[in-house]
Design a protein around this ligand. Structure first.
Ligand SMILES: Cc1cc2nc3c(=O)[nH]c(=O)nc-3n(C[C@H](O)[C@H](O)[C@H](O)COP(=O)(O)OP(=O)(O)OC[C@H]3O[C@@H](n4cnc5c(N)ncnc54)[C@H](O)[C@@H]3O)c2cc1C
Ligand SMILES: NC(=O)c1ccc[n+]([C@@H]2O[C@H](COP(=O)([O-])OP(=O)(O)OC[C@H]3O[C@@H](n4cnc5c(N)ncnc54)[C@H](O)[C@@H]3O)[C@@H](O)[C@H]2O)c1
Ligand code: SF4
Ligand code: FES
Length: 803
C-alpha cells in the first residue's frame, strides 16, 4: 500500500522533533518531505547563545545530520521556502518552483525576530539574533569593531550581550523599562540581576526608547526619544519575536497572532496542523522549547492514530544561560490582590526567593542566586499541590541541604530533571538501568534529557553516578572534541599514544574523521595534544594554528600587528628601552603602549616588517599571541618596598625564564606579590604567588578577564625551590588534563581543587609530572630567532608579500 504523504514546512526544532516522535511511534506510517528556508539541517537554535559566548562551535550544534534524514527516508529540501498552500487541492508550492501534494501537512514555521521599525534599522551593522547567519555576523563584527549596543534586556538580549563581551566588545544594553527581564522577573530579582551583570562588564541604559539608528552606510549610534545618544558599531535587536504566519495567512488558514489551532494542534483546515512558535493555542503563543516539544509529541500521537490526547497548554519556566548568573522563573510570579507570597532576601549571599500562592496552591516562583528549588517548585505548580497542610517555609527549603548527591537521592521519581524535554528522574534512572547506559551522551540519545539547552547535564551526570554506584566511571563521561569525530579528548589522546601517531592529518585519517580536513576546532587541538604527548618527536604544524600563532604576533583591526618583546618579571634595562625606541622610530610605530602584564607593546607594525623588527629588537618573543606562558607580573618586593617579605621580582624572573615558550591548552598568566597586599594581583592569575612570613602562598585558577574568578589557595610552601616544583607540577597536570582552549579557571572547576591537590601533593605523581615538564621544556625555542634564522620560513610567511 502506498504510504500517506506527510509534509513538514519548517525544518526547525519543533517541527523536526514532531517528526522524530512520529518515527518513534511508526517509522513506516508516512512518506515524509521537509522544507526549510535555512540552508542547514535541523540545528539547536538555543545553543547559538553558547556559540556566541565561545563555549561551543557552530559545527557542534547540529541536532539531525543530513545522514539522519537519509536513513529515515525523509526528503529534505533546505534553502527552499514554501510560498503558498492550496488547501482544496492539498498542494503546496515553493520559491524554487516545486509543487508537492500532501495528505497531512504540519506547519512549523517558527518566528521572526521583531525589528523595530525605526529610521536606520536597515543599515549595515544592525542585526537580529535568531539564526546561524546572525551569529556569524556578530562574530565577524567583533573582529573588526569594538562597541556594540543590544536593544532589549530580555533573555535573548542579555545572552547576546554576554556573548559579545566574551568576544571582546564593549556592550551597552538598552531597555525600554527600568526592569531587566520584565517578562520573567520581579523588581527585586531584576535589580539583583542588573548588579551581577554590571559586575561582569555589561552597561545598562534603562528607560530608553530608541528613535533612530544614525550613521552613514553603517550604523554609528542610537538616538533616544529623550534626545540622548550612544555610539555603536554593531546594533543587535532583541526586542521579542513574532510568529511566522504569512504563509498560512496567504493560504486562507486562519491566523490571529499565531496560526490558530485546537487542542489537537489542528487548524480549521482539514489535514493541516501547526506546532511550535508559529502556533496559537487557547490564545497563547510560546517561545520556549518545552511547550513546543509537548505539542509535537501530542500531534505525533494524534497523526499516527496512537492516541487522542489533548494539548491543554503549558506552564513555562525559564533560566538565563549566562555563566555565573543563576536565575529561575516559573508560572505566575507577579503578586496581585488575590495572591500571597513568601519571600526570602539574603543580601549578603545575593540570594532571593519568592513563591507566590493562590488558594493554598503554588502558582509561580522567582529564584535568584540559588535555583536548586526550581524543578521542585515547577512540579508543585504543574501538579497544583495543595500546601495548606505544610509549614510554608518547607515549600522553600530544598529537602536535603548539603551535597548535590543527596539532592538527587531525595528527589522524587516524578520530578522533571530536563525541563526542555520534560524528562523525569524516574525515566532517566529507568533508562540507565534497562538500557545499560553509562554516559550523559547515552542518556541524551536514549531519553532526550540534556539535548536542548544542556542546563540539566550536571544533574543527569549525578543521576548516573547515583544509579550506577560503583559502576560509574568518570573517565567514560565523554564529549566528542568536535563534530568531525565521536571520540572524546581522552580517547583521541589514548589513540595517539597507543598508535604512536605523529601528525594532525595522520590522526584524522587513522581515527576516521568525518571531515577529512578537520575543522578550526579540532586542528589546533590535535596539534597541541601531539606536542604535549610526545615533545621529542613533535613537529609543530603551523598550518593548524590560529593566525596570531602562525605569525608570532597579534593581528590588529587594521591588519597590522603588535609586537611585545619578553621582559622577564616586568623588569627592563636602559639598553632594552633604547632598542625599543630605535625600532619604534625606524618602523614609524604609531603607538607604544604598556600592557596590563607590565610589558611594552609596539602596535601598528606591518606584516612584512615583522622579521626585521624582531631582528633589530634582538630580544626574545614575549609570546603575547600564544597559548603559552604570557607574563609573570611582579611587585617590587623586599628590595625596595617597606612591606615586602620576599624577593618577588627575582621569583617572577626565575619562573618566567623557566616556563616561557611551553605550549599550554590556553594562555597562562602568572604573578608574584611579595606580601598579602598583593600589588601584582596574584588572586586573579592562572598561578598567583603571594609572599607571606616564612614562605609563599600559591593560588591557582584565577582569572581577571571575562569570566572573573578568584584563585583558590593550592598550598603554602617555604622555599623558592618548592614554589618552582609545585608550579611545574601544576602546569604539567593542567597541560595533560585540560581540554584545548580551557583556561585554568574553568579546568579547576571541572576537575576540582581537591583532586588537583591529591595529585600534586602525592610525592610520586608530583615528581613524575615535573619530570615530564622538564622533558617538554628541553624542546622549546624562541620562534622569532628561529624565523630570522630560516630564509625559507621567512620567505614563506613574510617576504612573498613584498612587491
Ligand atoms: C539565541 C536563542 C537562544 C534561545 N534559548 C532558548 C533557551 O534557552 N530555552 C528555550 O526553551 N528556548 C530558547 N530559545 C527559543 C527556541 O530556540 C525556540 O523556541 C525554538 O527554536 C522554536 O522552534 P520552532 O521550530 O517553532 O521555530 P524555528 O526554530 O524558528 O524554526 C522554524 C524554521 O522554519 C523555517 N521556515 C519558516 N517559514 C518557512 C517556509 N515558508 N518554508 C520553509 N521553511 C520555513 C525557518 O527558516 C526556520 O528554520 C532561544 C532562541 C534563540 C534565538
Ligand atoms: N534562556 C532562554 O530561555 C532564552 C534565551 C534566548 C531567547 N529565548 C526566547 O527567544 C525569544 C526572543 O527573546 P527576546 O528576549 O527577544 O524576547 P522577550 O519578549 O522575552 O524580551 C524582549 C524584551 O525587549 C524589551 N523591549 C521591547 N521593545 C523594546 C525597545 N524598543 N527598546 C528596548 N527594549 C525593548 C521588552 O521589554 C522585553 O523585556 C523569546 O521567546 C525567548 O523566550 C529564550
Ligand atoms: S605586594 Fe606588598 S611588597 Fe609588593 S609592592 Fe605591594 S605592598 Fe610592597
Ligand atoms: S533542561 Fe534544557 S536540555 Fe535539559
Amino acid at each position: 500500500m502506498e504510504r500517506k504523504k506527510l509534509v513538514l514546512v519548517g525544518n526547525g526544532m519543533a517541527g523536526v522533533r514532531c517528526i522524530e516522535e512520529i518515527l518513534k511511534i511508526d517509522a513506516e506510517a508516512f512518506d515524509i518531505t521537509v522544507f526549510g528556508s535555512e540552508p542547514h539541517p535541523n540545528y539547536n537554535r538555543i545553543l547559538l547563545s553558547t556559540v556566541l559566548q565561545g563555549d561551543t562551535s557552530i559545527q557542534d550544534i547540529t541536532l539531525n545530520e543530513m545522514s539522519w534524514y537519509a536513513e529515515n527516508n525523509i526528503k529534505l529540501y533546505t534553502g527552499e521556502t514554501v510560498i503558498k498552500i492550496d488547501p482544496d487541492q492539498q498542494l503546496l508550492f515553493t520559491d524554487l518552483g516545486k509543487e508537492v501534494f500532501y495528505d497531512q501537512l504540519i506547519l512549523a514555521t517558527g518566528s521572526q525576530p521583531f525589528m523595530l521599525p525605526i529610521p536606520g534599522a536597515v543599515k549595515e551593522g544592525v542585526t537580529a539574533f535568531r539564526d546561524i547567519k546572525d551569529c556569524e555576523t556578530m562574530i565577524a563584527a567583533a573582529q573588526n569593531y569594538k562597541k556594540a549596543v543590544v536593544i532589549g534586556g530580555g533573555l535573548l538580549g542579555l545572552e547576546a550581550a554576554r556573548g559579545l563581551i566574551n568576544l571582546g566588545m564593549k556592550v551597552d544594553v538598552v531597555h525600554l523599562t527600568g526592569q531587566l527581564m520584565d517578562r520573567q522577573l520581579d523588581l527585586v530579582a531584576s535589580d539583583l540581576l542588573k548588579k551581577e551583570l554590571e559586575s561582569q562588564g555589561m552597561n545598562f541604559l534603562l528607560e530608553k526608547q530608541t528613535e533612530e539608528i544614525f550613521g552613514g552606510k553603517r550604523a554609528e549610534g542610537l538616538r533616544f526619544k529623550d534626545g540622548s545618544t550612544v555610539d555603536a558599531d554593531l546594533v543587535v535587536m532583541a526586542v521579542g519575536i513574532k510568529p511566522n504566519v504569512q504563509l498560512a495567512k496567504d493560504s486562507g488558514i486562519p491566523v490571529n497572532r499565531g496560526i490558530v489551532v485546537d487542542d489537537y494542534l489542528q487548524t480549521e483546515i482539514p489535514n493541516v496542523y501547526a506546532v511550535g512558535e508559529c502556533a496559537e493555542h487557547r490564545e497563547m503563543v510560546y517561545g520556549l522549547v518545552a511547550p513546543l516539544y509537548e505539542q509535537g509529541k501530542i500531534l505525533a500521537e494524534r497523526i499516527t492514530g496512537l492516541k487522542n490526547r489533548k494539548y491543554e497548554g503549558s506552564v513555562i519556566s525559564t533560566q538565563l544561560k549566562v555563566s555565573g548568573v543563576d536565575v529561575f522563573s516559573a508560572g505566575q510570579f507577579m503578586e496581585s490582590e488575590h495572591t500571597k507570597a513568601i519571600k526570602i532576601h539574603d543580601d549578603v549571599e545575593g540570594i532571593y526567593k519568592k513563591i507566590v500562592f493562590q488558594n493554598n496552591k503554588v502558582i509561580g516562583a522567582v529564584l535568584f542566586g540559588d535555583i536548586q528549588d526550581g524543578p521542585r517548585l515547577l512540579k508543585m505548580i504543574l501538579e497544583k499541590v495543595d500546601v495548606s497542610g505544610l509549614p510554608k517555609i518547607a515549600v522553600l527549603a530544598t529537602p536535603s541541604e548539603d551535597t548535590a548527591e543527596s539532592a538527587v537521592v531525595s528527589m522524587p521519581a516524578s520530578e522533571v530533571v530536563c525541563g526542555c524535554n520534560g524528562v523525569t528522574k524516574g525515566e532517566i534512572c529507568e533508562a540507565i538501568v534497562t538500557q545499560d547506559l553509562k554516559t550523559v551522551d547515552q542518556v541524551r540519545d536514549c531519553t532526550n534529557a540534556s539535548r536542548s539547552c544542556g542546563g540539566c547535564k550536571p544533574v543527569v551526570a549525578e543521576l548516573l553516578e547515583y544509579t550506577l554506584g560503583d559502576d560509574f566511571d568518570y573517565s567514560e563521561q565523554k564529549e566528542a572534541i568536535c563534530s568531525c569525530t565521536t571520540l572524546s579528548r581522552e580517547e583521541v589522546i589514548e589513540e595517539i599514544r597507543t598508535k604512536d601517531l605523529k601528525f594532525v592529518k595522520e590522526v584524522m585519517h587513522v581515527l576516521d574523521w568525518k571531515e577529512k580536513e578537520g575543522c578550526s576546532k579540532c586542528r589546533p587541538a590535535l596539534n597541541y595534544y601531539l606536542g604535549m604527548i610526545n615533545p621529542a618527536q613533535y613537529e609543530d604544524e603551523s598550518a593548524s594554528r590560529f593566525v596570531n600563532e602562525r605569525l608570532h604576533a597579534n593581528i590588529q583591526k587594521d591588519g597590522t600587528y603588535s609586537v611585545v618583546p619578553r621582559m622577564y618579571g616586568g623588569v627592563t634595562t636602559a639598553e632594552d628601552l633604547r632598542k625599543i625606541a630605535n625600532v619604534a622610530e625606524a618602523y614609524n610605530v604609531p603607538m607604544i603602549k604598556l600592557t596590563g602584564g607590565q610589558r611594552i607593546d609596539l602596535l601598528g607594525i606591518k606584516k612584512e616588517d615583522l622579521p626585521n623588527v624582531w631582528a633589530d629588537l634582538d630580544m626574545p618573543s614575549g609570546y603575547a599571541y600564544a597559548k603559552s606562558l604570557r607574563t609573570v607580573k611582579t611587585c617590587v618586593g623586599e628590595q625596595f618596598c617597606r612591606f615586602g617579605t620576599q624577593d618577588s621580582t627575582q621569583m617572577g624572573i626565575d619562573l618566567e625564564k623557566k616556563f616561557e615558550r611551553l605550549n599550554t591548552p590556553h594562555k597562562v598568566k602568572m604573578s608574584v606579590s611579595a606580601c598579602p597586599r598583593n600589588c601584582a594581583e596574584s588572586g586573579i592569575k592562572d598561578l598567583g604567588i603571594v609572599g607571606v612570613d616564612g614562605g609563599w602562598e600559591l593560588y591557582v585558577g584565577g582569572n581577571g578577564g571575562t569570566h572573573l574568578r578568584a584563585g583558590d589557595l593550592l598550598c603554602t610552601v617555604q622555599t623558592k625551590e618548592e614554589v618552582i616544583t609545585m608550579a611545574a607540577a601544576f602546569l604539567q597536570y593542567y597541560r595533560e588534563t585540560a581540554n584545548y582552549l580551557e583556561r585554568t579557571s574553568k579546568w579547576i572547576e571541572r576537575v576540582g581543587l581537591e583532586h588537583v591537590r591529591e595529585v600534586l601533593f602525592d610525592e610520586e605523581s608530583r615528581s613524575q609530572l615535573v619530570e615530564r615538564i622538564e622533558e617538554a621544556l628541553v624542546y622549546t625555542q624562541d620562534p622569532w630567532k628561529e624565523i630570522i634564522g630560516s630564509k625559507e620560513t621567512r620567505e614563506k610567511l613574510f617576504e612573498s608579500l613584498k612587491v
